[in-house]
Design a binder for this molecule. Structure first.
Ligand code: ADP
Length: 458
């Protein structure tokens, strides 16, 4: 396929953000002969190195500042996944009527075989994407995880040898500016309120997720959560074949409660007990991933391939910061679920706990009420330690139903309080239901601090 022209050659394309994706897309655009201006508000050794590399390719670069006037003169603005849509240069570009495209949109234009399995939803995107890639590797397919995790699509587009299929996670923010995405298979894991700090309403957030279906036609294949009413409502009028997965009823892929088996397209695939992942939500992720892989290619439905899928499911390990058992010290399990940055993800984590639990909740508030955690907390959580900016709201919402200790922004103190509250046979769960930005660089940083402090005094 010949790439289409993205902008007049005499004008400039502005790339916002110089992390890995930004760097790759700026390089890709230069390689195809476009004039590029790249900028990042962060002035760090990392962006400094990126600037040096890009300047060597004749890309104009600013770090520590975005030249808004220059961006206003550009023909196209390209955004990386980490840059929030509210970031000044993006808001400014939209205000001036300059088209904005995601890094994924640009990469798709240059990929030779853009066969994408796109996964979106409120929770489980990364796990499902990693599962899909793992299953494909189990089938000896040349699979690449691209998008928010793993390798940016633009990096793949720069390779001399391109893989036959590209398996990509696409987040709602990326979908927003990726109008030409037409996935081979699109997966919608679930929908619940999130990012209310960034979107004006839940409807607006859901509308962004619905962009996955923008180019649906009769040939399209979708894998959707049959247990989620909002999901089913969203896809009711979407063209293409819809495969459903369910934890409660017979579907294209489902958990058979009588036999305890995961069933795929009418035949048992693997026993639940052979799936080495905690929590019912991970069974849903495994069902979604198996179904997506089966839907992508008829060859993946042969008895031999089904065996390959089952075997790969048995060897998948949970990803860091997602219900990850850091260790058991003095009879207390320490579990790092730092990636649970919203209410619904914390709820599934608490729900899956099998020991009396000390729950660490807190960080930057994202707009949802913590009262929604009351149900899972009841009977499982012996004490909530509320910390960070959201502490007072958490305490207000949860004090009527559980013992809440309210602390400030000192994470050492939070961990000491957890240690003091947990007895042998208990678990300490970091599943914060908030973003990390008030106290940490990101959720990984938060999870690493938890791990370090949990193991330090062990
Ligand atoms: P995402 O990429 O969508 O943020 P992850 O796979 O990284 O999702 O999981 C993030 C957190 O969301 C996990 O720590 C877990 O608590 C929760 N989670 C994972 N899968 C699901 C699911 N299918 N339904 C609800 N919550 C989930």
């Amino acid at each position: 396929m010949t790439p289409r022209e993205l902008a007049p050659r005499e004008s400039e394309i502005a790339v916002i953000g110089l992390a890995r994706s930004g760097r790759a897309v700026a390089t890709l655009l230069r390689k195809h002969g476009y004039k590029v201006y790249a900028s990042d508000i962060a002035s760090s050794p990392d962006t400094g190195l990126a600037a040096e590399q890009l300047r060597a390719l004749s890309v104009a670069v600013d770090i520590g500042v975005h030249d808004l006037e220059r961006i206003a003169r550009s023909a196209l603005v390209v955004t990386s996944p980490g840059v929030p849509p509210t970031a000044k240069p993006l808001a400014f570009a939209r205000e001036k009527g300059i088209p904005v495209a995601s890094e994924v949109e640009i990469a798709l234009n240059f990929l030779e075989a853009p066969c994408v399995i796109a996964t979106t939803g409120t929770n489980g995107k990364t796990t499902t994407t990693a599962l899909i890639a793992h299953l494909l590797r189990g089938l000896d397919r040349n699979a690449v995880e691209a998008g928010n995790i793993g390798t940016p699509l633009s990096e793949i587009a720069l390779r001399a040898q391109q893989p036959k299929r590209i398996w990509s996670e696409v987040s709602s923010f990326q979908l927003h500016d990726t109008p030409s995405l037409k996935p081979l298979v699109g997966v919608l894991t679930n929908l619940s309120p999130d990012h209310l700090d960034r979107y004006a309403s839940v409807q607006e957030y859901y509308a962004d997720k619905a962009r996955l279906f923008a180019n649906a036609d009769g040939e399209s294949a979708w894998v959707v959560n049959g247990d989620d009413k909002t999901v089913m409502q969203m896809v009711s009028d979407v063209a293409g074949h819809k495969y459903t997965f369910s934890l409660v009823e017979e579907s294209d892929a489902f958990l058979d409660s009588r036999s305890g088996e995961l069933v795929l397209l009418g035949a048992p695939l693997i026993s639940r007990k052979d799936l080495p992942l905690l929590g019912a939500h991970n069974v849903a992720n495994a069902l979604a991933a198996s179904l997506a892989v089966a839907a992508a290619d008829r060859e993946h439905q042969t008895p031999k391939s089904r065996k390959g899928i089952a075997k790969a499911l048995e060897t998948f390990r949970s990803l860091p910061h997602r219900l990850e058992l850091v260790g058991e010290f003095h009879g207390v399990q320490w579990i790092n679920d730092s990636k649970a940055t919203n209410i619904s993800s914390a709820a599934v984590a608490i729900d899956g706990m099998e020991r009396p639990t000390v729950l660490l909740l807190g960080g930057r508030h994202k707009g949802e009420a913590y009262t929604a955690l009351a149900e899972p907390i009841r009977g499982k959580v012996k004490r909530v330690i509320a910390y960070g900016e959201a502490a007072s709201i958490i305490a207000r919402d949860l004090r009527p139903i559980v013992d809440v200790l309210r602390l400030g922004a000192d994470f050492n103190e939070v961990m000491q309080a957890a240690r003091a509250a947990a007895k042998p046979g208990d678990a300490v769960l970091l599943s914060p239901a908030c973003s990390s930005y008030d106290m940490f660089a990101n959720y990984e940083d938060r999870g690493e601090r938890f791990r370090a402090l949990a193991t330090q005094e062990a």
